[in-house]
Design a protein around this ligand. Sequence first.
Ligand SMILES: [Ca+2]
Ligand SMILES: [Ca+2]
Length: 109
Amino acid sequence: MSLTSILSAEAIESAVKDCQEPNSFCYKKFFKLCGLTSKSPQEVKDVFSILDEDNSGYIEESELKFFLQRFVPGARTLTEAEAKSFVSAADDDNDGKIGVEEFQTMVQS
Ligand SMILES: [Ca+2]
Ligand SMILES: [Ca+2]
């Protein structure tokens, strides 16, 4: 399974392009631009599994650093501040990482 089997390549490209500048990443805008907000819960779950590269069941801050590169290989890494605020935006149970339910809530609310 790859991200482009769920999201359109054009949508992914415009989402990544929109946050090319360091510290311009906004997860809400990104999820909307890449089309994820209008996907089914199962598709959002599939995207979560792709982003959870080590299959730990969570997206950790270390994985979020490479979040954009999972969409476009040549994209920049997220800055530490961006990765941190990304995690804390989703992290309802404060364990420092994003679980699948937290991810779904984040994307679809
Ligand atoms: Ca993980
Ligand atoms: Ca959490």
